[in-house]
Structures are given as structure tokens and as C-alpha cells.
Design a protein around this ligand. Structure first.
Ligand code: FAD
Ligand code: GLY
Length: 379
């Protein structure tokens, strides 16, 4: 078995596979090391929304990164189909960010003014206009921000497509293999110790989502990446009841998928890796979602699931090189937007590793040193 690679990527979620794809395409010899199976954690639990404008309400480095990544989806969809044969089910039918009260309507209208700077097609719709476009929406809804260019994908398929396209360009995938620690020599990473033996590599990427803090501790840093569980369920109806994604707030959204399912999510339970789905979580979602679209109560039940989002102390992902160990990189902490951010994460992190990153300022807000005082680097 080959055990020497140019780059070892730890974690077979959306971010590890996206980075692997970009690096393999450049001709680097890459391995993805996954403790269980590809896409077995957050990356298969996501709703797949590409909701830069609905999820991020202020301008800043994360918002700009999200807009760039969102714009990459049409091209990445066809590229991945060409190299993997997998259709990632990109749907581009827009989103409504709903206001259920007059007070929320005022806030959402301010958001419309802000978001139109980036996309002039975004507009406010009053209750009547909204009913004409989505007749199944409750008449109690006051209005909504309409984002006609918003979309979503099938996240498991996107992860599989990145992985398969990486393999097409020569990457190796090793599942059921947990990375336990690193091998360091003279300030340089030399490889990783795994449950299946040593893998040698002078570049290593920690793309382990909510589990990143554990391996970071192995490298001497105390960075805060903590788990936030999200529970979801899905339904099916004989004929489509909604065409557009309905996003009420960060605790309830309905996403009509291409296979006829409507994904309904998601709860937010902080500081737990226990991914059980609770009756209370699902009952709350049914209550919230049926206030928006009453018909969902008569739909056919499909399934429930959950996943663990990787959150950080300041809400920004970590994308950069370790301050002590040359060759060790981190790409973790994408919280609610890891699917949206996956194309740009793959591209920028791959460029960084390959020494091809033309504009380093794109990553400066996400580097590990931003928490000097808290991660063991001194004040
Ligand atoms: P993960 O997918 O968690 O992958 C990390 C991988 O690392 C895992 O497979 C794990 O087994 C592996 N691993 C961990 N430790 C080790 C080790 N020591 N050795 C080897 N392997 C290891 N994002 C959006 O953009 N849009 C959405 O609509 C959306 N909806 C969401 C809904 C829910 C309910 C949840 C939970 C998340 C949602 N997200 C969404 C967020 C998104 O799912 C995550 O940000 C993203 O999947 C994180 O991807 P990742 O690759 O960083 O982590
Ligand atoms: N972005 C949706 C979620 O994390 O639930």
C-alpha cells in the first residue's frame, strides 16, 4: 500500500473533498483520510442551501467569501458532472426570506436595501405578491425578501462528486482510518499517525469539521471549534406545494428538492456531539413549518436526520497554515454554510498549499493567528 503523498487531507466531508479535487486537478498526489465513510457527518445532513444573503446579514470577509463561492456553483456543477458523472442537483429557483410580523418586516426591508447593493434583482414582496407566487404560503405571512438568484444543491451528491472527480485526477481515498496525531520534525509536518499506520506527507490539511479542535490540540493549539447539532425532517407530496425555498429565520426553512422531497430544518443545539433526533426537536420544526405552509401537515412523511455543524468562537472558519508547524493547514469551522462555501474553500486552500494564492488578503480574516491570546500563542 502506497504511504507517501504530496498532501494528506484529514476528513472526507465537503471541505476535505473539495480541497482534494482542486489539488488533484493541479497534479498533486493527494490522499483523503476519513475515519468512517465519505460524507457521513455534517456534509450529508445539510439542506444544501446556498443562502449567502439569507444567512449572513452584514458585509465583511465571510459575506464576500460566500458571494464568491455562490457564484461558482453553475460552473462547478458542469465541471463535476464532466469529471465524476454525478449530477449535484443544482436548483436555482430562488428563495423567500419571510417576515411573519410587522416588526420583522421592517428588519427584512432594511436587509433588502442592503442586499440590493450586491444583487439588484433582490426585492421586497408584500403579502399579496407573495401569495400570487407561492399560493401555499400562509396568508398570515406579512411579506418577504425575494432572492431570485438563490439556489440549492444535494449536499451528499456534491461531496461524492468532489471525491469522485478527485479520484479521476489520481487522488486516493482511505476510509475507516482515523488520524490520531502528527509527525513533526524541525518545525515541519512530516506525516500523520493513523489507526492503520503511518502516512508520510509534507503537507497535511485538517478538514475535520466539528472535530477539528481535537487534532488541533494534538498540534499544540487550543482553538475553539465546537459542535452545534441540527435536526431535520423531510416530506413528500403528490404534487409540488412550493417551488421556492422558504427561509423564515435561522430556526426554520423549507427547501423543495429536485426528487420531490421538501427538506425542513433545522434545530440548533449547542455543545453536543450526540446526534440523536429527538421528538421535541422534530415537533418544534413541524409547528414552525406548518405556520408557514399549513399543507405540510397532510404530506407524506419521508425521513428524519441530524448533523453536527462546526462553529467557532467568532463565527468565522479557520482557513490557513498552522503558526508553529510548516506544512500543516486547517480548513474547518464552516458552521451553517459549509456547502455554500465549499467551492471557494477548495480553490483558495489548494492555491495556498500550491503557492499559487495571488491575493492573500482573501484569507487573512480566517487565519489561525487571529486569536493569538486564546490559542496558546501568547498575547
Ligand atoms: P464534515 O462534513 O463534518 O466532515 C468532517 C469529516 O471528518 C467527517 O466525515 C469525520 O468523520 C471526519 N473526521 C473527523 N475526525 C477525523 C479524524 N481524526 N481522522 C479522520 N477523519 C476524521 N451548509 C450550507 O452551506 N447550506 C445548508 O443549507 C446547510 N444546512 C445544514 C443543515 C444541518 C442540519 C446541518 C447540521 C448543517 C448544515 N450546513 C449547511 C452546514 C454544513 O453541513 C457544514 O458546514 C459542512 O458540511 C461542514 O463540512 P466539513 O467537511 O467541514 O465537515
Ligand atoms: N444553513 C442551514 C443550517 O445550518 O441549518
Amino acid at each position: 500500500m502506497e504511504n507517501s503523498f504530496d498532501v494528506a487531507i484529514i476528513g472526507g466531508g465537503i471541505n476535505g473533498t473539495s480541497i482534494a479535487y482542486q489539488l488533484s486537478k493541479m497534479g498533486r498526489k493527494v490522499i483523503i483520510i476519513e475515519k468512517d465513510q465519505l460524507a457521513c457527518q455534517a456534509s450529508s445532513a445539510a439542506a444544501g442551501m446556498l443562502a449567502a444573503q439569507a444567512e449572513i446579514e452584514q458585509d465583511g470577509p465571510l459575506f464576500q467569501l460566500a458571494l464568491k463561492s455562490q457564484a461558482m456553483f453553475p460552473a462547478i456543477t458542469s465541471e463535476l458532472y464532466e469529471y465524476s458523472g454525478i449530477d449535484i442537483e443544482y436548483v436555482n429557483k430562488g428563495m423567500f426570506k419571510i417576515a411573519e410580523t410587522e416588526a420583522i418586516a421592517n428588519e427584512v426591508k432594511m436587509q433588502v436595501a442592503f442586499q440590493r447593493k450586491w444583487d439588484p434583482a433582490i426585492k421586497w414582496l408584500d403579502a399579496k405578491e407573495l401569495q400570487e407566487m407561492e399560493p401555499s404560503l400562509s396568508p398570515n405571512v406579512v411579506g418577504a425578501m425575494y432572492l431570485p438568484n438563490d439556489g440549492h444543491v444535494q449536499p451528499t451528491k456534491l461531496t461524492e462528486a468532489f471525491a469522485k472527480a478527485a479520484v479521476y485526477f489520481g487522488a486516493e481515498i482511505r476510509e475507516n482510518t482515523e488520524v490520531l496525531s502528527f509527525i513533526f520534525e524541525n518545525g515541519q509536518v512530516k506525516g500523520v499517525k493513523t489507526t492503520q499506520g503511518i502516512i508520510h506527507s509534507e503537507q497535511v490539511v485538517i478538514a475535520t469539521g466539528a472535530w477539528a479542535a481535537k487534532l488541533m490540540r494534538e498540534s499544540g493549539l487550543d482553538i475553539s471549534v465546537y459542535p452545534v447539532k441540527g435536526e431535520c425532517f423531510s416530506i413528500k407530496t403528490d404534487k409540488p406545494i412550493i417551488n421556492t425555498t422558504i427561509f423564515s429565520d435561522k430556526r426554520c426553512y423549507l427547501v423543495p428538492k429536485r426528487n420531490g422531497e421538501i427538506y425542513i430544518g433545522a434545530t440548533m443545539v449547542e455543545h453536543t456531539f450526540d446526534n440523536k433526533v429527538t421528538p421535541e426537536g422534530i415537533a418544534t420544526l413541524i409547528e414552525r413549518a406548518s405556520q408557514l405552509v399549513p399543507e405540510i401537515k397532510e404530506a407524506a412523511w419521508e425521513r428524519v436526520w441530524s448533523g453536527i455543524r462546526p462553529q467557532t468562537a467568532d463565527g468565522l472558519p479557520y482557513l490557513g497554515e498552522h503558526p508553529h508547524w510548516k506544512g500543516l493547514f486547517v480548513a474547518s469551522g464552516h458552521f451553517r454554510n459549509g456547502i455554500l462555501l465549499s467551492p471557494i474553500t477548495g480553490k483558495l486552500v489548494a492555491d495556498l498549499l500550491a503557492g499559487r494564492l495571488l491575493d492573500e488578503s482573501l484569507l487573512s480574516a480566517f487565519q489561525l493567528e487571529r486569536h493569538k491570546e486564546t490559542i496558546g500563542l501568547g498575547g
